[in-house]
Design a protein around this ligand. Structure first.
Ligand code: ADP
Length: 270
C-alpha cells in the first residue's frame, strides 16, 4: 500500500546488539491530515462572513454621531472583536499553509539589515514611543530564505517584545554569529517569562497569562508560526528568559543557509 507510513526505531543494546522496531503510523498520519484540513477549511469559510461584518460595522461607525452613544460604543466593541477574529483566522490560515506545503519555492537571498529595519519600523509604530527599539548587524552574511516567512516570524517576535516587555523596555533586534551559523535575535529587558513555561511556549494557544495576552491583542499562535517558519528553514528557536530579567528569542540558522556577501554573485554555502 503506497499510503502506508512506517516509523522505524533502532535501539542499541550493549556493544553488538540492536533492536529494530517498526510502527505502523498510517492511521495517525491520516488523522493528523484530517485535523489540518479541517482547521484550514473552517478558517477559510470564516473569512467571508467576517469581511461582510467588517464592512457593515465600518458603515455604522461612520454614522456614529447620528446614533445614540450606547449604540456607538457597542459598534466600537464589535469592531474590536471582529478585528481580533480576523487576526485569528489569518494566523490559522498561515499556520495551515506552513504545515501543508513543503516551502522553498520562494527562497531568495535576503539582507538581514533591511529585514530588521522593516520590522523595527512596524514595532516602533506598535510601541508608540513607549520603548526603545534598536537594530544591530554583527555578522556580514546574507540569509537564504523566504522573505514573507522570515518577516512574519521576526514581526511576531518583535511585536511580542513590545506587548509583553512593558513600558520603558529596551528591545534589541540583532543579526549575529552563533555557534554553527548565525542568528536573528530579539532581546528585551522586560518582565521575562518563568522558565517553567518555556518548553510549551511554541504550542498553539499556549499563554503564560491568558487574560493579559487577550487584552494585548495576541492570537496565541505567534510562536507556533515562528517555530514552523524556522523548521522550513532548517533553523531552530532558542528561548532564554528569567522572570523579571527580560527574554531572548534566537532564530538560529545553520551555515548552509548563509550567503557569502563577499562573493560577487550570491551563493549559498554548502
Ligand atoms: P500571544 O498571541 O499570546 O502573544 P505567542 O505564541 O506569540 O502568543 O506567545 C505566547 C506567550 O509567550 C504569550 O502569551 C506571552 O505570555 C509569552 N511571551 C512571548 N514573548 C514574550 C516576551 N518577549 N516577554 C514575555 N513574555 C512573552
Amino acid at each position: 500500500d503506497e499510503n502506508m507510513m512506517l516509523q522505524f526505531q533502532i535501539t542499541l543494546y550493549g556493544d553488538d546488539e540492536r533492536l529494530l522496531m517498526a510502527r505502523d503510523i498510517t492511521r495517525l498520519h491520516r488523522l493528523e491530515q484530517i485535523r489540518r484540513d479541517f482547521v484550514a477549511n473552517v478558517s477559510h469559510e470564516l473569512r467571508t462572513p467576517l469581511t461582510v461584518l467588517t464592512g457593515y460595522l465600518e458603515t455604522y461607525s461612520d454614522m456614529a454621531d447620528m446614533l445614540p452613544p450606547r449604540l456607538g460604543r457597542g459598534i466600537e466593541q464589535m469592531q474590536g472583536q471582529t478585528q481580533r477574529m480576523q487576526h485569528l483566522v489569518e494566523d490559522l490560515l498561515l499556520l495551515s499553509r506552513l504545515e501543508n506545503d513543503q516551502g522553498g519555492s520562494d527562497h531568495v537571498h535576503l539582507d538581514p539589515a533591511s529585514l530588521l529595519s522593516a520590522v523595527q519600523r512596524d514595532a516602533q509604530a506598535l510601541s508608540n514611543g513607549r520603548q526603545t527599539i534598536e537594530v544591530s548587524i554583527e555578522d556580514s552574511h546574507g540569509l537564504w530564505g523566504s522573505e514573507k516567512e522570515i518577516h512574519s516570524a521576526l514581526s511576531n517576535l518583535a511585536f511580542n517584545a513590545v506587548r509583553y516587555a512593558g513600558d520603558d523596555a529596551h528591545i534589541q533586534l540583532r543579526w549575529r554569529s552563533c555557534q554553527g551559523g548565525a542568528c536573528l535575535e530579539v532581546e528585551d529587558d522586560g518582565e521575562g517569562i518563568d522558565p517553567r513555561h518555556i518548553p510549551r511556549l511554541t504550542e498553539r494557544f499556549y499563554r503564560v497569562d491568558k487574560g493579559r495576552s487577550t487584552a494585548t491583542g495576541g492570537t496565541g499562535l505567534g510562536l507556533a508560526i515562528v517555530k514552523h517558519v524556522l523548521l522550513r528553514h532548517e533553523a531552530r528557536l532558542d528561548i532564554s528568559s528569567q522572570l523579571g530579567a527580560g527574554a531572548t528569542f534566537r532564530c538560529v540558522f545553520p551555515t548552509k543557509r548563509l550567503v557569502d556577501e563577499a562573493a560577487n554573485d550570491a551563493h549559498v554555502n554548502q
